[in-house]
Design a protein around this ligand. Structure first.
Ligand code: ZN
Ligand code: ZN
Length: 215
């Protein structure tokens, strides 16, 4: 499996290119900026972009979606509850951060909890993990997960932006992250990858938070 991390944009957001060497099937997760660099990397890896997925619609995760989708013809996938945030993403980037991003396109497919996607030749289950943003999703694969701005190494996503809620975020983590095996690698939106076990043991925000299976 091909897995490349690119740090893009003004806040160094992780974009991920995943792919299957044998078939050339590729996908891009959270392309926040610099579509040209993403496309160059995809080409270098010999992949065809078959899907562009955003974990959520904050500008630093969707800034390059429009040029990428236009450049590859790939569909854009987003959780259905993130549509309102997508609609104001470009405006918010400008008002709150003074940053201009290309207006993101409308999603070609709206995702929801339990959807199963094949991305870059691998199967992922979509889970809805609100708290950082209302329609945040995580992609759970075999031994790895793309978790966006839900949990970082030693920290969790901020909840002070519109639609954020701290208790909701902790519930999402308890339900969908802490129920994963310890060795699961978490690829997040900012900073280095980590594992479920490491965060369970050392993340100060998760102390005393018990796994909450059941949905
Ligand atoms: Zn975010
Ligand atoms: Zn972010």
């Amino acid at each position: 499996m091909i897995l490349e991390t690119l740090q893009l944009g003004p806040v160094g957001t992780n974009a991920y290119i995943i792919g299957d060497q044998a078939s050339g099937a590729g996908a891009v997760i959270d392309p926040g900026d610099d579509a040209r660099r993403v496309l160059a990397e995809v080409r270098r890896l010999g992949l065809r972009v078959e899907a562009v997925v955003a974990t959520h619609a904050h500008f630093d995760h969707i800034g390059a979606v429009r040029p990428l989708v236009e450049g590859t013809g790939a569909p854009f996938l987003l959780h259905e509850a993130e549509l309102p945030a997508l609609e104001v993403a470009a405006e918010r980037a400008l008002v709150f951060f003074g940053i201009t991003v290309p207006r993101p396109p409308s999603p070609d497919r709206l995702l929801r909890e339990g959807d199963v996607l094949t991305l870059g030749g691998q199967v992922f289950r979509v889970v809805h993990t609100p708290g950082h943003s209302p329609g945040h999703l995580c992609l759970l694969g075999d031994g790895l997960a793309f978790v966006g701005d839900v949990v970082f190494q030693g920290s969790i996503g901020r909840t002070d932006m519109p639609g954020g809620d701290y208790d909701t975020l902790l519930q999402s983590i308890a339900r969908h992250i802490l129920t994963l095996p310890d060795e699961t690698v978490l690829y997040n939106g900012h900073g280095p990858a980590t594992t479920v076990g490491r965060e369970r043991r050392t993340n100060p925000f998760l102390v005393g938070l018990a796994p909450a299976p059941g949905s």
